[in-house]
Design a protein around this ligand. Structure first.
Ligand code: MN
Length: 211
């Protein structure tokens, strides 16, 4: 991940705000990236300002070590470092809609574990639908297998040692302008802009890192 240490900056999106239309609208993308993610970046920098030791840690290390930090720092680091990390996974995990079918090793694993891409999507959607309040649904790699899970708020699965492949942000700010309260419609739309090549690359990196 680029810009992985203090001071954190809000890297530009790898596509235009309107590039995910008609599935995710330009205004949502602009506010989500320029306001929400920017807020997490600012807050994280603010917290780290007084702790030179922590400034040497990567974003991942901050999250992975959150439970070893002084009590008063645990929640802010979990929320703000998590908020930066999770949003970067989310934004990097999307691309303008294409007709290209997902392929590669990840797709082979999805087929072997879930039967088909469609049944995988059904299980993933159910998980994302089931997040109570704000949070994320994730596809992660764990001990040789794929795993679908969800996290509340800005908690991140790397804190539990899982290796993320992609996520969907199901905080209302991710979809409310276009989809109002219809989270299911947003999830269906989001499937059209998943960057499957990036997901496949992340999957391969996970395998390499853990074996
Ligand atoms: Mn968000």
């Amino acid at each position: 991940m680029e810009n992985n240490q203090y001071p954190f900056v809000n890297l530009p999106l790898p596509y235009n705000y309107n590039a995910l239309e008609p599935y995710i609208d330009a205004k949502t993308m602009e506010v989500h990236h320029d306001k929400h993610l920017q807020g997490y970046i600012n807050n994280l920098n603010q917290v780290l300002k007084g702790y030179q030791g922590l400034q040497l840690l990567t974003l991942e290390q901050l999250i992975e070590n959150a439970d070893r930090l002084p009590k008063g720092l645990q929640a802010p680091i979990r929320n703000y470092a998590g908020g930066v990390y999770n949003h970067r996974v989310y934004f990097d995990g999307m691309e303008p809609p294409t007709d290209q079918k997902p392929r590669g090793k990840l797709m082979e694993m999805i087929n072997s574990q879930y039967g088909s891409l469609q049944s995988f999507k059904d299980v993933f959607k159910k998980e994302a639908q089931g997040v109570f309040g704000a949070g994320y649904a994730w596809l992660v790699y764990d001990k040789g297998k794929l795993k679908i899970l969800s996290t509340p708020n800005q908690n991140s699965p790397i804190e539990q040692g899982f290796c993320p492949i992609f996520n969907i942000d199901v905080w209302e700010h991710a979809y409310y302008l276009k989809h109002l309260n219809e989270r299911g419609d947003y999830i269906d739309d989001w499937f059209n802009v998943v960057n499957w090549d990036m997901a496949n690359q992340n999957y391969l990196n996970c395998i390499r890192r853990y074996y």
